[in-house]
Ligand binder design. Structure first.
Ligand code: APR
Length: 241
């Protein structure tokens, strides 16, 4: 174990409150592609930043629905990695010391057994109506389609995730900010740190900030330590008792 890893492990061991902020890199070793790394395969020519907007959905609902259907299928087939499991295990051993905040919509932290996850960007497996629902809009009775729709008024279902330009769920963001301010250690794992307000949590941290990422990030300059490694490699070492 490197000296720096041992140092951060000691910080984690003595911290009363640890906030962990995770991004797409957290799930990379489970086989879920990140947003800003090179994409491969069928959807390589589509830029996630162009697809993950309400404007894109309204312009081409089938295209955006199909992209999410593809990601839902992919995520349903993968499993949490040792990084997710290390966080869930730490949370079980020290429930009062850990707040887990994620930008990921894949639900892998929850499937690994983490409780009380603050999912800033929603859940890819849920839907909501794109326009304010009327009495006729019933999710269970939506007509089949890409996307499904209300056969009375034509309202469309869309994934219940936070798209670019949309507000984060207020209470979840409040709780995440409170956890950031009151922590004495924040681990920032697998995020490029370019999307706000999530990235802003690292700037609010009341205690030390540690980056866990194999590549440079926008938050490295604000950190007390930068660990160049992967989530699945480093988290089990950092969070062992
Ligand atoms: N372990 C840790 N980090 C990794 C790993 C790994 N195995 N593999 C890749 N990474 C890092 C990359 O180096 C990069 O810094 O994960 C980061 C992924 O960055 P992004 O693709 O930008 O994902 P994220 O920061 O989560 O994006 C934020 O943007 O598209 C929106 O709403 C979406 O939640 C997402 C948000």
């Amino acid at each position: 174990m490197s000296e720096l890893v041992a140092q951060v492990r000691a910080w984690a061991g003595s911290a009363q409150r640890i906030a962990v902020l995770t991004g797409a890199g957290m799930s990379a070793e489970s086989g879920v592609p990140t947003f800003r790394d090179a994409q491969t395969g069928l959807w390589a020519r589509f830029d996630p930043q162009q697809l993950a907007t309400e404007e894109a959905f309204r312009a081409n609902p089938s295209l955006v629905w199909d992209w999410y259907a593809y990601r839902r299928d992919l995520i349903a087939k993968v499993t949490p990695n040792t990084g997710h499991l290390a966080l869930a295990d730490f949370g079980r051993r020290h429930p009062a010391r850990l707040t887990l905040i994620t930008q990921n919509v894949d639900g892998l932290h929850q499937r690994a057994g983490s409780a009380g996850v603050l999912a800033l960007h929603g859940n890819i497996f849920e839907d909501k109506w794109v326009d304010a629902p009327k009495a006729c809009c019933k999710q269970d009775a939506a007509a089949a389609g890409r996307p499904p729709y209300c056969d009375r008024c034509g309202n469309l279902l869309r994934p219940a995730v936070v798209w670019f330009g949309e507000a984060l769920p207020l209470q979840t963001l409040d709780e995440a900010q409170a956890a950031a301010k009151s922590c004495d250690l924040m681990l920032v794992v697998g995020t490029s740190g370019v999307v706000y307000p999530a990235a802003g949590l690292a700037h609010m941290a009341g205690g030390r900030v540690v980056i866990v990422n194999p590549e440079p990030t926008e938050l490295d300059d604000a950190a007390d330590a930068v660990l160049r490694g992967t989530a699945a490699q480093l988290l089990p070492a950092l969070l062992a008792d």
